[in-house]
Design a protein around this ligand. Structure first.
Ligand code: GLT
Ligand code: MN
Ligand code: MN
Length: 412
């Protein structure tokens, strides 16, 4: 095989991407509440054991390229765009103004803001550390991010307390730490109540995001369920302002079923924001793009969300692989992730309308005719044949996913 010259490689990737077909137009993509994080596009491919493989990308370029792709919304951590030296002073507002201009210029809107409370050394013992100075600083940062959100027109704020926990046992008293963490959220919500008046806007929706492992060894709020309990614990002054941002992979990571975790959030009325990606059970946070590992599970997740009228953001919180180039991030990674999401969303619509699934589901709900309603054996006998439909529904979902319901078959 002849080696491919470097200058020929982008054209090759572009040609093969186009050969894949099945792409939606930017206008079609913009119809969905799909949000693109600054940190996802700017991720340089680094990790604990990996050096970066890509160059840094500034917000101007991320916003411009999202606009071109048709990703209508952008979100960011405070420190993705504002260096520590500029935080909490006039300089940050000048940057926020530049961001506002970029967004307007490229027809992209800011959906969400989030505070980095896990990377800087000041948060070595978490944002709810024993030191009151650390906690006071964390609270200022949270309120500051809420203000950024109002200035940029965001509707959501996200909180990922990944460093809320410990490495060594016995040093951290869990109930005290949870109280301190609640104090930070209370400051953000109270700050928001004042800021929303100042900016004449509704308050933001404050969304907690759980992750079971990393970076703390033991995490105090490791799952969405733990967060639901925390929201209703009585520690929050405004529990009605606080909901969830579950991440698909984070629920899978602890061995849970993401669809069931989402269902529990839905019945609590707390499913407000959703980080979409993919990965593997009981592994670290690989943040693979949506649908590349578990497409059938994803289809089922979207059936649930469509049938419940979920209308919050679908946030592309994934990391383009280290093997993807800077150019590839915008030429391949983001457009294909968006298109897979839309395909799965449309398929979920087909599932909900499918006559076979509909008839099977309603027959199951009607149940079998039973003569003796007090006898377990008789009740079981009356349903026995109907229950075979469970497996048929699963088969039908697979058929819809591969297009077999439209006559696609593999005869070659
Ligand atoms: C971090 C985390 C993500 C969260 C981000 C929001 S930060 O990358 O792993 O899942 O959504 O703070
Ligand atoms: Mn996430
Ligand atoms: Mn993740």
């Amino acid at each position: 095989m002849k080696a491919i010259p470097i200058p020929d490689q982008p054209a090759l990737v572009r040609r093969l991407t186009q050969a894949c077909g099945g792409a939606y137009t930017p206008e079609q993509r913009r119809r969905y509440f799909i949000t693109g994080p600054q940190w996802a596009a700017a991720y340089e491919g680094h990790a604990l054991f990996h050096a970066p493989t890509r160059k840094p990308v500034a917000f101007e370029e991320v916003i411009r390229r999202y606009g071109e792709i048709g990703i209508g919304w952008w979100c960011t951590h405070d420190t993705d765009v504002i260096p520590y030296s500029a935080l909490l002073g006039d300089e940050q507002w000048a940057i926020v103004e530049r961001i506002g201009k970029s967004l307007a210029e490229h027809g992209v809107r800011c959906s969400m803001v989030t505070t980095e409370t896990f990377h800087h050394a000041v948060f070595a013992a978490s944002p709810a550390a024993e030191s009151p100075q650390v906690r006071e600083y964390a609270a200022r940062r949270l309120v500051n991010t809420v203000e950024m959100g109002h200035k940029l027109g965001a509707q959501f704020a996200v909180y990922w307390p990944g460093s809320l926990g410990y490495q060594v046992q016995g040093a951290v008293e869990e109930t005290e730490t949870l109280r301190w963490y609640a104090d930070g959220l209370n400051a953000a919500c109270e700050g928001d109540l004042a800021l929303s008046k100042k900016y004449n806007r509704p308050t933001l929706k404050h969304c907690l995001e759980a992750k079971p492992f990393e970076p703390a060894a033991e995490i105090l709020l490791p799952t969405s369920d733990a967060m639901l309990a925390f929201i209703s614990s009585g520690l929050l002054k405004h529990p009605e302002m606080v909901g969830l941002n579950p991440e698909y992979l984070h629920e899978l990571m602890w061995g849970g079923a993401p669809r069931a975790a989402l269902a529990r959030a839905l019945v609590c009325g707390k499913l407000w924001h959703f980080d979409i990606n993919d990965g593997y059970r009981l592994k670290h946070d690989v943040d693979i793009a949506v649908g590349l590992v578990n497409p059938l599970d994803w289809l089922n997740v979207l059936v649930l969300l469509r049938s419940h009228g979920y209308n919050g953001p679908f946030n592309l919180d994934y990391k383009p692989p280290r093997t993807t180039s800077n150019e590839g991030v915008f030429e391949v990674s983001f457009p294909t992730a968006v298109d897979r999401f839309i395909s799965l969303w449309e398929m979920a619509g087909e599932v909900l309308e499918d006559p076979v699934i509909r008839e099977a589901a309603s027959a199951l709900k009607a149940g079998g005719e039973v003569r003796d309603r007090a006898t377990a054996d008789a009740i079981f006998e009356a349903q026995k044949e109907l229950l075979t439909l469970h497996e048929l529904i699963a088969h039908r979902l697979f058929q819809i996913m591969i297009g077999a319901h439209r006559g696609r078959s593999f005869n070659i």
